[in-house]
Design a protein around this ligand. Structure first.
Ligand code: NOJ
Ligand code: CA
Length: 695
């Protein structure tokens, strides 16, 4: 590692050599530092006029000199031969409010550098690059400005490089063009081998063309610095994967492609790419409270969203995943009947749960997974004959419960788009304000991928159309969140990871006990997760070969650890009846005034406290991996002088995720901001605490 001054000196001499202006007294500044001064980004053109940048943290390089560029169809690549035609530094500071979220008030402070480049030789194309330095990381994006002779561009790939400074420890998922539903692996950077995972029994529908990783990908340097790489504001562009070069210890962007169209991105000028982001922090826990990715998105574009309701929900769902019922009607074991939906509505109404999801209500389920010709099959307005949709909605309303609509597209997005207006008109007429969508299977048309530009556009069209009908959307098999919920706050939640469902049926024994302690520092940095916590029948009585690899206390902790404004209580009502631990799910909030991460280490454990909006109540969740662990909770995040009635749900003395997952101890005590307490978490265990102010 070299120090900042040396880099700056080198850059200065680069600048002088390429501009040939050794007499120039004030060379343009092409660096930018974060408001705190800890992070520095320096841009430069090297001796070939190739754009390069580096990133320092506290005077030490965290990203070595790395290259930037593009390849196009029918055009020379943009890689070198540029001159600097302008540079400007600006500063920005604002606070803004999240309509719903992990916290209400967000600070957005940064310094920005814009560099304007032009090719020295014909065709003299122009390219601008924006670099933003925040205190919690950096973002940079390219802009193709309006220019003579170029109306649109067909991008064959974007070559954004991230050159690491050493062989860091990495928490990664294979760079898959269709699925984020892989387990996370922990290896040194040089040992990443994504393709080894391709075709393994662990993988759902997937395309992993190179040794690449999906983002967010998180790393720890041997000096204890944390880095997480992702993107922000992904609209009308292809999703990113990062190609791994295990020898040079560098990553280069590889955009998700389309074999159907033969390119990665097509756009008319002018346009800006998504931000390339690096979150940087000295502790793992600060990654979770970083709002860099949200801050790099545009403010709310859809206006009033008071109809977006953060809430808990139950649903006709887990019973299909554990083979007790089916989505289709032909089997004779149909889950979505009027009577069954009413049973869930009654349960929700009695237990402080606002929503009920009913999957399998509409026709088409006889012909989805396993069928090639899925176009025109699902119908989003026609219920099965044993499901009386208006009656279910009427009954729910009478009980004060909202129905959550379900639209499984079976990855036939054109069929869905054809019916969007009709389907949302029906929802509007019934007063339904939320839909869960799904994209199971290979995308039709062939050659498209879940994360390609064509699909990014599709998901966007769904959000925009839904907003017109005051509908919030929870997408399964989504494009990864990149903070666009700031701009479109009806984008309430997404799957985009191995969710709870894998515990019901995956052949590999389900999610490992360490899963959530990795997810909290990787996938969760992207945005809300519809994980569907709350399994109480942990051994899954009806599935002898499957079980959930957590204790019951960990299932409770997930409501706080995992952030989503909609949280399912996913188990069957009968598994909750008479269970004292269910009180935590009745009580827990879903919309937060603030979030404090008390402690955590990637892949090991994490403890999060969140204050509920409007009540002043706090909730704490803590999870550990396969190791038993003592967690110290220092309650000094609470306001002084207030007494809280704490209800503590912790692993019992004999609890173990494998053979004794339901051993739980529930006790109450008074807690103040001076309380300090140590809790023992079992292997695969957890801790959940509700804290209500004592009036
Ligand atoms: C996959 C989703 O993740 C799951 O939640 C849903 O039940 C099925 N698709 C059916 O739509
Ligand atoms: Ca899924």
């Amino acid at each position: 590692m070299q120090n900042k001054n040396l880099y700056l000196l080198l850059f200065l001499s680069f600048l002088i050599s390429i501009t040939g202006c050794s007499k120039q007294t004030t060379p343009q500044n092409t660096t930018v530092t974060s408001p705190s001064g800890n992070i520095l980004v320096a841009f430069q053109l090297d001796k070939n006029g190739a754009p390069v940048y580096l990133v320092n943290y506290k005077d030490k390089a965290v990203i070595d000199t790395s290259s930037l560029g593009f390849e196009f169809k029918d055009q020379a690549p943009m890689a070198n031969g540029f001159k600097l035609i302008g540079a400007a530094n600006t500063s920005f500071a604002e606070t803004w409010e999240m309509p719903w979220g992990e916290q209400r008030v967000v600070n957005n402070n940064y310094n920005e550098l814009i560099v304007r480049l032009q090719e020295i030789n014909a065709p003299k194309r122009k390219l601008n690059i924006y670099f933003r330095a925040h205190d919690d990381g950096i973002g940079f994006r390219y802009e193709f400005p309006q220019q003579k002779g170029v109306d649109s561009l067909i991008i064959m790939d974007e070559n954004t490089q991230f050159k690491l400074t050493a062989d860091h420890t990495v928490w990664w998922c294979p760079g898959d063009w269709d699925s984020y539903e892989h387990p996370y692996y922990t290896t040194r950077f040089s040992a990443i081998d994504a393709q080894k995972m391709n075709g393994s029994a662990l993988v759902n529908t997937s395309c992993i063309p190179e040794n690449a990783v999906n983002t967010p990908v998180t790393m720890r340097t041997d000096n204890g610095l944390y880095l997480s790489f992702h993107e922000a504001d992904l609209l009308d562009y292809a999703g990113i994967t990062l190609k791994i070069n295990p020898v040079s210890l560098s990553m280069t962007s590889a955009l998700v492609g389309s074999e159907r169209l033969g390119y990665k991105v097509k756009r008319a000028l002018p346009f800006k790419t998504p931000w390339r982001t690096i979150q940087i922090s000295e502790s793992a826990k600060d990654l979770i409270t970083s709002r860099l990715i949200l801050n790099l998105n545009e403010p709310n574009k859809i206006g009033d969203v008071s109809w977006v309701k953060p809430q808990k929900y139950v649903g006709v769902w887990w019973e299909m995943h554990i083979d007790k019922a089916t989505w289709d009607m032909a089997s004779g074991r149909h889950g979505a009947t009027t009577a069954n939906a009413k049973r869930y509505i009654d349960f929700a109404a009695a237990n402080n749960i606002g929503g009920v999801l009913v999957e399998g209500w509409n026709t088409g389920w006889e012909h989805w997974v396993g069928f090639e010709d899925r176009e025109g099959v699902f119908d989003f307005v026609t219920p099965y004959p044993d499901y009386d949709l208006p009656e279910v909605v009427r009954y729910a309303k009478e009980k004060g419960v909202d129905i959550i609509m379900h639209h499984e597209t079976s990855s036939a997005p054109r069929t869905y788009e054809q019916q969007l207006e009709k389907a949302y008109t029906l929802m509007q007429s019934l007063g339904i304000h939320a839909v869960k969508t799904g994209y199971v299977g290979k995308i039709i048309p062939n050659g498209e991928h879940h994360h390609s530009q064509w699909m990014v556009r599709h998901y966007q069209k769904v959000y925009e159309t839904a907003a017109k009908y005051q509908i919030a959307v929870d997408v399964h098999e989504p494009i990864m969140d990149t903070g666009t919920r700031r701009t479109y706050p009806n984008a309430i939640s997404r799957e985009g990871l191995r969710g709870q469902e894998y515990n019901a049926w995956s052949a590999d024994g389900g999610n490992l006990p360490e899963h959530i302690s990795i997810v909290a520092f990787t996938r969760m940095l992207a945005g809300p997760i519809d994980f569907t916590p709350g399994v109480f029948d942990i051994a899954i009585a009806s599935k002898p070969n499957n079980q959930v690899n957590t204790t019951l206390a960990q299932q409770l902790a997930l409501y706080v650890v995992i952030y989503s404004p909609i949280q399912m209580a996913c188990d069957l009502p009968e598994n909750y009846e008479g269970q004292p631990a269910f009180q935590f799910i009745r009580d827990v909030g879903v919309d937060w005034e603030q979030t404090v991460v008390l402690n955590g280490e990637v892949g090991d454990f994490v403890t999060i406290a969140r204050e509920e909006r409007g009540t002043g109540n706090w909730f704490i969740g803590s999870v550990t991996d396969e190791n038993k662990r003592d967690i110290e909770v220092i309650f000094n995040f609470l306001p002084a002088g207030v007494n809280y009635q704490a209800k503590i749900y912790q692993d019992g003395p004999r609890a173990h995720y494998r053979d004794n997952p339901r051993d739980i101890k529930i006790e109450e005590m008074i807690v103040t901001n001076e309380t300090v307490k140590i809790f023992t978490l079992a292997p695969g265990g957890g801790l959940a605490i509700s804290l209500k102010t004592v009036k």
